[in-house]
Structure formats: structure tokens, C-alpha cells
Design a protein around this ligand. Structure first.
Ligand code: XCC
Ligand code: SF4
Length: 625
């Protein structure tokens, strides 16, 4: 018998979401919450991480009564292997996204595209210098060619370490070298994890987890960081600007185009095409007042950061955005795109368009995007969107509420510039205790958790304690809608943070980009540690993913911890079936890499734990409370 659905008020903290959930119910449209209801209770073995399907002597379920699988693997081995593969899925996703940017740069250098260009030459030269590429007196394209060759090589097997480790403080590199977890090649670590977790290879849980750490570092300091740096070089390094967020950024009187996924490669071209006066005129001839491109999830973050494009919402808002009935096309690249969006689009006039051969959706219109044809394809899509506007049923349109203002565009470059050219004022503010520390709140939504309740609560608790908050990914939408991404939000901050942010005219919560842009936070931590001559684990900083759901979030969490950053998760990964693995995650790693995870579902307690950590680290650095 079907379970009673949870009341809409318990699913989300937002009025725009509630309005759309009511509309979905009235129109008989199934959402992620309905399917969660159908899928629960979940399998206990899977939740504990004690099922193994790695060979056909099984599948096996490990329990107290039957403590070993057919091959003899115990709970520790099975849980470690499952966790290793899970995390590696995330590292592969970020890193393959990063590779796409290397390929766009290659197309630029080879003259195969004129749609994409090198926008930030200064950054190209800076990054080149950091990875050992000669820049002195050289032409831009020559430097770019060497940069892309170096980054391609970072994906391979021939190096002792990936190139951007040049940013890592020496103390941290020594720790990695001692543990033998220095990432050598991005694809290499990913492939080695698949090898190790085959039946009969790595059968020591701690050893498997150390390789998981290495693979995550290949993501954070490799694949993700390459993605961020090349996106800046190709599309421009973000600078502060104002924009808006929530479902009301979708406009009743405009042709609405949603971009969703993670990469800026397709969406930047969509934006160029949408701004073509010829198309705008055609949209107006059909009775619309213009063409409106708005973002979802991390593609949305990429466009928000660099172009100030409004953000319609995060992970749990993606179905609901279409349910407004006012979306002509939704264009997706890859990652975190619920396949259900095809069905939801089918309930309206909305065209669902996929753009990557590696991320196809049955029932979608497919445009196989390549750098040499990107703008032409983007123009075809905009043309289609305009035609589709004529099919919209105005009686089914409902766009709830009013947009909320957000300030965006905080990159390390723009923050340094705002501070007068160096990070010294930030170091001084931390030393003086006006800013007691910093925490990155990152990651997703999860329908098991009241949508955005934890993301917003934790940010509010931390800024009250004079802890600067940096957000990326889906947390951007959470805190943006809560009014925390505007300078006025300093009224909710403690006195020190209020003073510093007030004098700079910035919010106490800074939007630092998409999920791959967590690499910006790693780089910031490295720069602060280098400025103080200490290790990252000595800094008064922390990280948190309160409402995470994805493999990628675990990769981020693990590279944060492996880099020395104490990291909070709102709920545990599926590891509790092994005491060895669980103990390592929540305490054992501390002795190895100088940081660990902690799991806490109560955001007041989580904020206190992060605060205690920051206190201890301040003390360690000889700083006052
Ligand atoms: Fe995906 Fe990046 Fe999570 Fe959002 S936060 S649900 S991973 S879109 Ni990365
Ligand atoms: Fe079972 Fe071992 Fe095969 Fe896993 S690898 S399914 S535990 S026999």
C-alpha cells in the first residue's frame, strides 16, 4: 500500500517551492518527493554499505550472522571498496568536466573554433608560471599550447605529481609524500581505484581509503582546479556584480530558457546567441518582451559568477522550475540532471535538449555540441525556443513570488583586488579576530532533508560567530534566497564580521562559484597558509556539506579533509557497516592528514563544533579569541 505523502510544508522552507509542489499535485505531476516516498524504506544493507556486487560469485550481504562474502571479504573490505568507488565516481565527474575545458582550449589553439577565445590572458600567463610553463616574451597561443599540454599530461600516467601541486604548502606536500598519497595523474588514480576494488586486489580497508584520499586530491588539486582555471581563462575571471535568484527570475512575458548541469561551455554560447538582436526582435514580434536565460545548479552558478545571469534554483528546484509552465526550453550538459526532467517537460510545451554525447536522455532533443559548431547550434536552439513560445499555454503559467537580490563574483582574484592587491588585509582581519575563521558551505540538496533548511541555518549560525562563510554549488541558491548574499546581511553577522564586510561593502557570505570552484577555496587556503608559513591544517577554517547527496560531494569532502580541512557532513555516507572505516573517517584521519569528518544533523551543534575547531586553531597560531 502506498504511503501517505509528507505534507508540503515539511518538504521545503521556500514559498516558491511550496507553490510549485501544490501546482504539481493539482496537475498530477510526479516529483522527486513522490519517488522518494515510493522508494523508502531503503535496503538496510545498502545503507550500511555492506552489500557487494563486484562479482558474480555474489551479490553478497555481510551481516553479523554471515560476516564474509563468498570470496571471504569482510564488512571492512566491502565498505571500503564501496566507498572508494562511490567517491571515485565523483572525482571522475569533476575531472572529466575539467578535461572538456582543456579540449576547448585545444580547439582555440588549433584554430578550430572562433566561437571560443582566450578572454583572460593575464590569468593564462599567471597559471602558466605556476605550472612551470615559460612565459617570458612568448605569444599567447604558444603559452596556451604548453598549458594545455601540461594539463593533458596531468590526466595521464607519466608524472610523479600533478602540476598544480605547486600551490600546496610544503608541509602539506610532505604529509602526502609520507603517506604515499601524492596524486600522480588524474585518470591514473581513478583507474587504479577501479583496479584495487576488483575482487582479490586491495583487501585492506585502510589502504583502500588512503588511495581514495589520493584520488580525491587528484580531483581537488587536479581535475576540478583545471576546470576552474581554464573556465576563467576562456570565459573571464569573475568579478563582483549583482543579480537575482529564485523561481521569479523566470518571466511570464519573456521567452524563458533554462540552462542546467555543470559546464559553462554550452551555456556561454546559449547566452551569446540569446543576446543577438535579430532573435530578440523575433521574440518581440511574437508578443514576448525579450529572451530570458536563467540558470539551475552549477551551470547556473558558472553563468551567475561570470555574467550575472539570474539563478532560478538549486537541485530540488529543477523539476519545479519547469512546473511554472513558462519554460520554453531547458538545455542541459551533464551531472545532477534528474532524468525525470524529460517527463516533467513532457507535461508542458517545454523542449528538453541534451548537448553532450556522454550525457544523453531518452526522449530528449539531442544537439551534439562541439567547439567548432557551438555558436551555430546555440543559435538553432534559441530559434527553436522562440518558436516554442507560441505553444505556451498561458492558463497553466504560475510564477511565484518576487526575485531576491544576490551579490556574486567572488574569485580569489577579485577578492585580492578588493583588498588592495594582496591577501594581507584578510590575514590581518583574521589575526585581529574580527574574522575569527572561515567555513566553506558546499554541496547539494537531498529530498530526505527539508529543502535548504540546513544549508541556510548553518550559514546563519556561523556568521553570527564572526566566521566568514564561502558558498558554492547548490548552497548558493539556498543562502541567496535567504537574503544572505547581499551587503545588508551584515546585520545578521557578529560585530567583527559586520565591521570588516561593512567597510568593504560585501556580504558576510561570499558566493565563490560552482562545485568545481571549490578549487578556489583550496587555493585560498593554500595562499593563507603560505602567507603565514604554516600548513592548511593549522588554519582556523572548516568545510561543510549539510544536505549533500552526490558522489561528487564525497569527493569534495575527502579532498578537503585530505588537504587538512575539518569537514562537516549533515548525514553519513553509506559506511556505518564498518567500524574500521567509520572510525577512520571521523577520527583516524586526524592523526594521518590533520583533519577528519564529523557528522551532525543539528546545525546549531555543527556550528558549535566548527567554532570549537576554529578556537583551537587560533590558539595554535597564537591568536587571541
Ligand atoms: Fe549537484 Fe553542482 Fe550537488 Fe548541486 S551541489 S546537487 S553535486 S549541482 Ni555540487
Ligand atoms: Fe561477494 Fe566477494 Fe564477489 Fe563481492 S567480490 S560479490 S563479496 S564474492
Amino acid at each position: 500500500m502506498a504511503k501517505e505523502p509528507r505534507p508540503i510544508d515539511e518538504l521545503t522552507i521556500w514559498d516558491d517551492a511550496k507553490a510549485m509542489l501544490r501546482k504539481a499535485k493539482a496537475e498530477g505531476i510526479e516529483t522527486v518527493y513522490d519517488r522518494l516516498n515510493q522508494q523508502t524504506p531503503h535496503c538496510k544493507f545498502c545503507e550500511l554499505g555492506t552489500t557487494c556486487r563486484n562479482c558474480t560469485m555474489g551479490p553478497c550481504r555481510i551481516s553479523a550472522k554471515h560476516p564474509r562474502g563468498v570470496c571471504g571479504a569482510d564488512a571492512d573490505v566491502v565498505v571500503a571498496r564501496n566507498f572508494g568507488r562511490f567517491m571515485t565516481g565523483g572525482a571522475a565527474a569533476h575531472s572529466d568536466h575539467g578535461r572538456d575545458l582543456v579540449e576547448v582550449l585545444e580547439a582555440i589553439v588549433e584554430g578550430e573554433t572562433s566561437d571560443y577565445k582566450i578572454t583572460d590572458e593575464d590569468k593564462l600567463f599567471r597559471v602558466a608560471g605556476e605550472i612551470g610553463v615559460d612565459t617570458e616574451g612568448r605569444a599567447v597561443m604558444d603559452v596556451a599550447r604548453d598549458v594545455l599540454e601540461t594539463f593533458f599530461a596531468d590526466y595521464g600516467s607519466r608524472k610523479k605529481e600533478i602540476s598544480l601541486l605547486s600551490r600546496v604548502p610544503q608541509k602539506r606536500r610532505d604529509i602526502w609524500a609520507k603517506l604515499n598519497v601524492t596524486p600522480r595523474g588524474i585518470d591514473r588514480e581513478i583507474a587504479e581505484m577501479m583496479h584495487r576494488t576488483h575482487m582479490g586486489v586491495d583487501n585492506d580497508a585502510a589502504n583502500t581509503l588512503l588511495h581514495a584520499a589520493r584520488t580525491s586530491l587528484a580531483d581537488g588539486w587536479g581535475g576540478s582546479m583545471i576546470g576552474t582555471e581554464l573556465s576563467d581563462i576562456i570565459f573571464g575571471t569573475p568579478t563582483p556584480s549583482m543579480s537575482t535568484a529564485n523561481l521569479a527570475v523566470i518571466k511570464e512575458d519573456k521567452v524563458n530558457i533554462l540552462v542546467h548541469g555543470h559546464s559553462p561551455v554550452v551555456s556561454e554560447m546559449i547566452l551569446v546567441a540569446a543576446r543577438d538582436p535579430e532573435f530578440v526582435a523575433r521574440a518581440k514580434a511574437l508578443g514576448a518582451t525579450g529572451i530570458n536565460v536563467v540558470g539551475l545548479c552549477c551551470t547556473g552558478n558558472e553563468l551567475l559568477m561570470r555574467k550575472g545571469i539570474p539563478l532560478a534554483g538549486n537541485h530540488l528546484m529543477t523539476e519545479l522550475a519547469i512546473i511554472t509552465g513558462a519554460v520554453e526550453v531547458i538545455i542541459v550538459d551533464y551531472q545532477c540532471i534528474m532524468p525525470s526532467l524529460v517527463q516533467v517537460s513532457g507535461c508542458y510545451h517545454t523542449k528538453f535538449i541534451d548537448t553532450a554525447n556522454k550525457a544523453r536522455f531518452t526522449g530528449a532533443l539531442h544537439y551534439d555540441f562541439h567547439p567548432d559548431t557551438a555558436l551555430r547550434q546555440a543559435r538553432e536552439i534559441i530559434s527553436l525556443a522562440i518558436d516554442t513560445y507560441a505553444e505556451r499555454d498561458p492558463s497553466r503559467v504560475e510564477i511565484p513570488g518576487e526575485p531576491v537580490d544576490v551579490m556574486t563574483g567572488f574569485s580569489n582574484e577579485s577578492v585580492t583586488a578588493a583588498l588592495g592587491g594582496s591577501l594581507d588585509p584578510l590575514v590581518q582581519a583574521i589575526a585581529a579576530g574580527d574574522i575569527r575563521g572561515a567555513v566553506g558551505i558546499v554541496g547539494c540538496n537531498n529530498p530526505k532533508i527539508k529543502h535548504d533548511s540546513m544549508n541556510v541555518k548553518l550559514a546563519k549560525e556561523l556568521i553570527k560567530k564572526d566566521i566568514l562563510v564561502l558558498v558554492t554549488g547548490c548552497v548558493t541558491s539556498s543562502v541567496g534566497k535567504a537574503g544572505l548574499l547581499v551587503p545588508d546581511a551584515i546585520e545578521l553577522a557578529g560585530p567583527g564580521l559586520k565591521k570588516v564586510c561593512g567597510s568593504l561593502g560585501i556580504p558576510p557570505v561570499l558566493h565563490y562559484g560552482s562545485c568545481v570552484d571549490n578549487a578556489r577555496i583550496l587555493q585560498l587556503c593554500a595562499a593563507l597558509a603560505n602567507a603565514l608559513g604554516v600548513d592548511i591544517s593549522d588554519l582556523p577554517v572548516g568545510a561543510s556539506a549539510p544536505e549533500w547527496y552526490s558522489e561528487k560531494a564525497v569527493a569534495i569532502g575527502l579532498y578537503a579533509v585530505s588537504s587538512g580541512i575539518y569537514t562537516h557532513l549533515g548525514h553519513p555516507p553509506n559506511i556505518l557497516g564498518s567500524e574500521t572505516v567509520t572510525n577512520l573517517a571521523v577520527s583516524g584521519l586526524e592523526g594521518l592528514v590533520g583533519a577528519s569528518f564529523f557528522i551532525e544533523a543539528d546545525m546549531v551543534k555543527a556550528a558549535n563544533m566548527l567554532d570549537e575547531r576554529i578556537k583551537a586553531k587560533r590558539k595554535g597560531l597564537g591568536l587571541s579569541e
